[in-house]
Design a protein around this ligand. Structure first.
Ligand code: NAP
Length: 264
């Protein structure tokens, strides 16, 4: 990489908000954007506990509509708006087993967590980006949106598929106004959520943790690279996408899955 390109991935002077930035993929993204020079705000329901946290932390539950306006007002007052928004919170909250096990409440929870939290936050933070005619919004999705497993993650996959569609529509709406909107779709990533899921799966199936990991990879048709991603690998892609080096990229969905997705 030559010096000029190197400069273009720097984020000095930018204010970035990473939702769920205290663990897993969100933490890796927050740390990476901080290394690039961004002033990073992270949000989660609970403080991570470490006193050496390098980022501004604000506690909020983004699935609760009433908390979001207060949260955004606080950000606008303290930082005067943001330049980079990474909508990272989400995950599988409903049981497996297919359509008959999923109640309205399961569906509503998945939609709040994986779709509506991002829509709500974008709606609150976009006006300032449009005013300043610049900004980048990332939606963290999943390859499950394109490859749903009916017996494992039906409602999660459906809610992320809706997020993909919304992200594309929003990118088209604001493309001429200086704001870029992108989707990043990881395959399995070694995060606290994934470890918890595999531990539960191993316990209920009477198998080891390693066997549970292998079964998950087999279920999606195998991963050519024969391993899950590390959170830092997802963060590296996001760091590039939010940087000036990616200035012509918007409206696209970037799959990052070790080659697992089986079609071109
Ligand atoms: N791990 C994977 O294999 C994988 C694969 C594809 C896509 N993804 C996607 O990647 C994203 C991150 O997943 P992850 O595995 O890194 O998750 P994770 O390890 O469970 O971390 C989730 C983060 O979100 C915060 N959070 C959870 N609920 C929240 C809420 N209601 N309001 C505000 N913050 C909340 C958590 O902190 P608190 O608990 O303190 O709130 C934590 O900081 C998700 O969108 C997921 O769907 C993950």
């Amino acid at each position: 990489m030559n010096n000029q390109q190197n400069m273009e991935t720097k984020l000095e002077g930018k204010i970035a908000l990473v939702t769920g930035g205290t663990k897993g993929i969100g933490k890796a993204i927050a740390d990476r954007l901080g290394q690039s020079g961004a002033n990073v705000i992270v949000t989660a329901r609970n403080h991570p506990g470490n006193t050496d946290l390098q980022h501004h932390f604000i506690a909020t539950d983004l699935t609760q509509p009433k908390q979001v306006s207060k949260f955004v007002n606080g950000i606008n007052e303290k930082f005067g708006g943001i330049d980079i928004l990474v909508n990272n919170i989400g995950g599988l909250t409903s049981p497996g087993g297919g359509f008959s096990t999923l109640t309205d409440e399961h569906w509503e929870n998945e939609l709040q967590f994986n779709l509506l939290a991002a829509i709500r936050l974008d709606r609150e933070l976009l006006p300032k980006m449009l005013e300043q005619k610049s900004g980048v919004i990332i939606h963290i999705s999943t390859t499950s949106a394109m490859q749903p497993l009916w017996d494992v993650n039906m409602a999660y996959a459906v809610s992320k598929a809706a997020l993909n569609s919304y992200s594309k529509a929003l990118a088209t709406e604001v493309g001429s106004k200086g704001v870029r909107v992108l989707t990043v779709s990881p395959g399995p990533v070694k995060t606290p959520m994934m470890v918890e899921f595999l531990q539960g799966y191993a316990k209920t199936s009477g198998i080891t943790f390693e066997e549970a990991s292998q079964n998950l990879m087999n279920k999606i048709g195998g991963i050519p690279m024969e391993r899950m991603a590390e959170p830092e690998e997802i963060a590296e892609l996001v760091n590039f996408l939010v940087s000036p080096a990616a200035s012509y990229l918007t409206g696209a969905n970037y799959v990052i899955d070790g080659g697992a997705f089986p079609v071109v």
